[in-house]
Design a binder for this molecule. Structure first.
Ligand code: MLT
Length: 274
């Protein structure tokens, strides 16, 4: 796996969590949470861009990348427990949180239940709704399809939804990296996460209660969580900032990292003195 940074491990709740940590512990902390079925390597370009001025952490959600899966069923609630345990173990009282897609679902669950632990959130290519029945059904069909056709085929189909069409000619390395991330995830973890995603609760009704600064970013060509979805969250979160990333699909941070990082850095500078 092509991590730009050195991976570390820590044992929390009897499980090994793999993470990268860069920058000075005295600087403001920002924690990155990846999407499904990816891992912390998707944040390489953000870690590189922020490490001079921030204390940056990107970790693998349980069952993804190099983190243990454990024996429990997965759920968004469990993923939040893992996040808070990681923060406690690393002695991080409060942090800025940046999550993409499933990472955004986790960030929204986390801020809803533990608002005192977060200074600001960045929601990328994500949504606050739960799965409609058809979406739940599609997740169960995905499990059947992995069992029948295998992971390589699942990865090929997934890539078509994750990236904007233009990225297939321009971003061959990123596409290869994402393919590798998907294939590296164990089938058992994919099944458990698909169930967790299907069972997740909506967080839209809680958005007006968010009191910290929020930046929402979305790829203009994101078909999984399109710009309309981001706009609807923006309307519900008072004072939130929204930015639509050009030439990007669902993986806006990887597909147009220049524009994504500029917006991210601008937002972080704006909130520095709050
Ligand atoms: C993700 O990128 O995390 C997934 O698209 C989330 C989902 O399937 O709902």
């Amino acid at each position: 796996m092509h991590y730009s940074e050195k991976s570390l491990t820590i044992t929390i709740n009897n499980q090994t969590v793999s993470y990268i940590e860069e920058g000075s512990g005295d600087a403001p902390t920002i924690i990155f949470i990846h999407g499904f079925p990816l891992n912390k390597a998707m944040w390489n370009k953000q870690v590189g861009a922020l490490k001079e001025n921030y204390h940056v952490i990107a970790y693998d959600i349980r069952g993804h990348g190099d983190s243990d899966a454990g024996d429990d069923d997965f759920s968004m609630e469990l993923f939040v427990v893992d996040l808070l345990s990681l923060m406690d173990a690393l002695k991080i009282d409060k942090t800025i949180l940046c999550g993409l897609s499933m990472g955004g679902y986790i960030a929204l669950y986390a801020i809803e239940n533990y608002p005192e632990r977060f200074n600001a959130i960045i929601l990328c290519d994500t949504n606050c709704t739960d799965d409609v029945p058809e979406a739940k059904e599609n997740r169960m069909k995905a499990i059947e399809s992995i069992k029948e056709k295998g992971l390589e085929q699942y990865a090929e189909e997934g890539l078509k939804k994750l990236f904007a069409p233009i990225s297939f000619s321009n971003l061959k390395e990123e596409i290869a990296l994402v393919r590798e991330m998907i294939i590296k995830t164990s089938k058992e973890s994919l099944y458990k996460t698909l169930h967790a995603l299907a069972e997740r609760k909506e967080t839209c009704t809680k958005l007006p209660e968010i009191k910290v600064p929020v930046l929402i970013m979305v790829g203009k060509e994101d078909e999984i969580t399109p710009p309309e979805v981001a706009l609807s969250m923006h309307e519900k979160i008072k004072g939130s900032i929204i930015h639509i990333v050009e030439h990007a699909g669902h993986l806006s941070n990887m597909e147009n990292s220049g524009e994504f990082n500029n917006q991210l850095i601008r937002f972080l500078s704006l909130i520095k003195h709050l």
